[in-house]
Every structure is written in C-alpha cells, then in structure tokens.
Design a binder for this molecule. Structure first.
Ligand code: NDP
Ligand code: OXD
Length: 313
C-alpha cells in the first residue's frame, strides 16, 4: 500500500517523515524515489504536474494537501477517483487568525498609524466601534464559518453569501445569484473565502466593487481575499484602490504566484499583501488526518471531506 507525496514548491520530507512517525511500516515515497508507478495506491499532492496522477494506474484515492482543490480540478487528465481535501482545525484556525488580523487592521486604521509612525506624527484618528462596521463573508464553508464566529465575538454585524441557502445564528445568510447584490450592498469589509471554480473565477471585479456599501464608516469598502487569486480581476482592484472606490484591501492570493515584480499591486494604496501564507498546511498537524483517512478507507469506512467533482470544490 504505497503512498506517493508529490508537493511542488514544498519539500515532501516533512510529510514523509511525519507519515512514517505514525505508521513506520507504510511505504511512503517522493516521486523521484518511486520505482513502480503501478504500486502506488494513494497520492498526497500539492500542485502536481498536469497528467502526473493519470500516470499512476492503480491509484485509489487522491489527497489534496490543501483545503483548495483547484490545483487538481485544473488538470484535464485528473483521474476519476475520490479526491479528499484538508479539513482540520489547525489549518482552519490559521485562516481565522489571518482573517481577524486583516479585518482588525482595516477597522483599527493600522495602515494610517504605520504611515504616521514613519512621519513621527502623534495624532489620534476617530475610531468607530465594531458594531458600526458590517462584515460580509463570501463563502460560508469550513473556513468562512470559523472566521465568522471569531469576528462575531468582536461585535461586527455579520452576513455571509454561499451557493446553497443556509441558516446560522448571528449571521445574515444570503445565497445564489439573487442574494449577491443585497449581500454586497450591506457590506463594508468583504472577506472572501470562496473556492476557485468556473462560477467564481473573476468574481472580484469592478462591478462587485461598485456593489459594495458606500455609506459605511471606513470611507469606502474594503476587500480581504484569502480564497484564490483567480477570483480577482487585479486591474479592477488596482483601479478601485487608486480612485478611492475601495478604501483598502488585504490580499493573500494572486492570479500569478509569486506575484510578479511588475505587478501594480505591490504599490497600490492601502493594500496589505501577504505571499499566500494565510493558512499553511503543516505536516505536523495534517499527517495524522491523512493517515487516519487511509486507515479508515482500508477498513472499508467512507472517506470524509470528499470533493464534489461536478461543483468543482
Ligand atoms: P468549503 O468548500 O468548506 O466552502 C466553500 C464555500 O464557498 C461554501 O460556503 C460554498 O457554498 C461557497 N461557494 C462555492 N461556490 C460558490 C458560488 N458559486 N457562489 C456562492 N458561494 C459559493 O471550503 P473551505 O472553507 O474549506 O475553503 C475555501 C477556500 O479557501 C479554498 O477553496 C481555498 O481556495 C482557500 N484557501 C486558501 C488558503 C490560503 O492560505 N490562502 C488556505 C486554505 C484554503 P455552499 O456552502 O453552498 O457549498
Ligand atoms: C490551501 C492553500 O488551499 O494553502 O490549503 O491555499
């Protein structure tokens, strides 16, 4: 029962060592050490080369080593096999930390205070309460819900938008195409935790920006995106930051990663940028989750957190 760990841009060593520490008898290899593709039963992958998985003829289950699966669904040769994604409290709490950090950064005007510090300016700015700042979360899945619950504890009025209708205490829930406009119209800080699919690609464009609330206390709406870069029309966001239709933004993900040095996003006003680190997959926490699923699968139990291939997430 061989496992192959193929992780573009990440070292597989920590994953292989982590899996061996839990199950020393298990054959776990990096692609370079794999001598017989036909012996591989499970593939643990992050951004594998398109076509790579199709070359493993006896593969049984594909594990995405992230919560997102667009790195797999974009492979035209992706085998028709179960795809399991990461759903784990370690990853979820990391994302919630990042979201709370960014929402508070804009709410508490930290960028303005950073600029004042550079200029040695001692000046207090008027501060509104959390109860006056309406936060809207696009994507009320595992990550969106945890972030929403954390933000609720500060008293931000919360709404969320999802594909299917939902009911959550303390959250105004909107869904589907019909729910988008009213959701945006009541949102001062938009937190985006959507997957990248055919339906969501390019959703963060000028039209969406113009649909956000203009009567909030921040001087304009703010976008916080840790979903995927492909959700963004980056030229539209730069234009909106430059002309003030957006008062600020925090972006962790980009259409092209690493973000090219020529991107205007590096210098856009009131934009905080992080290099796709909002919620890293830490093998120390996640090996147990993956092996647990493999062991359950081998006992004949159902896999958890399966991707719905028709929805694309
Ligand atoms: P989930 O699948 O649990 O949640 C996705 C949410 O998005 C669901 O509420 C879903 O609606 C909603 N959604 C999907 N498509 C649409 C649509 N067309 N219209 C409206 N709502 C839609 O995913 P997670 O919360 O676990 O993760 C979300 C994303 O976060 C990942 O796909 C990944 O891209 C990104 N991510 C980024 C990381 C980073 O470090 N930057 C780390 C981890 C994840 P419904 O509930 O109705 O299905
Ligand atoms: C993920 C990511 O999808 O890190 O988990 O982007």
């Amino acid at each position: 029962m061989t496992i192959v760990v193929a992780t573009a841009g990440w070292s597989p060593t920590e994953w292989i060592d982590g899996l061996h520490a839990i199950d020393p008898a298990r054959d776990v290899v990096a692609p370079e050490a794999m001598t017989d593709p036909a012996a591989v039963d499970y593939a643990l992958v992050w951004k594998p080369e398109p076509g790579y998985l199709a070359g493993l003829p006896n593969l049984k289950v594909i594990f995405s080593l992230g919560a997102g699966v667009d790195h797999l669904t974009s492979d035209p040769a992706l085998p028709d096999l179960p795809v399991v994604r990461i759903v784990d409290p370690d990853l979820t709490r990391r994302m919630t930390e990042w979201v709370v950090l960014q929402v508070l950064l804009h709410h508490r005007q930290q960028r303005a205070y950073d600029a004042q510090q550079q200029a040695k300016t001692w000046k207090s700015l008027r501060q509104w309460s959390a109860a006056e700042v309406r936060v809207g979360i696009m994507g009320l899945g595992v990550l969106g819900l945890d972030a929403a619950r954390a933000l609720a504890s500060f008293g931000f009025p919360l709404a969320a938008w999802s594909r299917s209708p939902k009911t959550e205490p303390g959250i105004d829930c909107y869904s589907g195409e019909a729910g988008l406009a009213p959701f945006l119209a009541r949102t001062d800080i938009l937190v985006v935790l959507l997957p990248l699919t055919d339906d969501t690609r390019g959703i963060l464009d000028a039209r969406l920006v113009d649909g956000l609330a203009k009567d909030g206390p921040l001087g304009g709406p703010v976008i916080v995106n840790a979903g995927r870069g492909g959700l963004q029309v980056e030229d539209d966001l730069v234009a909106a930051l430059n002309d003030g239709r957006l008062a600020g933004a925090s972006l962790d993900v980009f259409v092209t990663e690493p973000l090219p040095a020529t991107s205007p996003l590096w210098h856009a006003p009131n934009l905080t940028l992080t290099p796709h680190v909002a919620a890293e997959s830490d093998p120390r926490a996640l090996c147990r989750y993956v092996l647990g699923q493999i062991q359950a699968f081998e006992r004949g139990e159902p896999l958890q957190n399966l991707v719905d291939r028709t929805r694309g997430y």
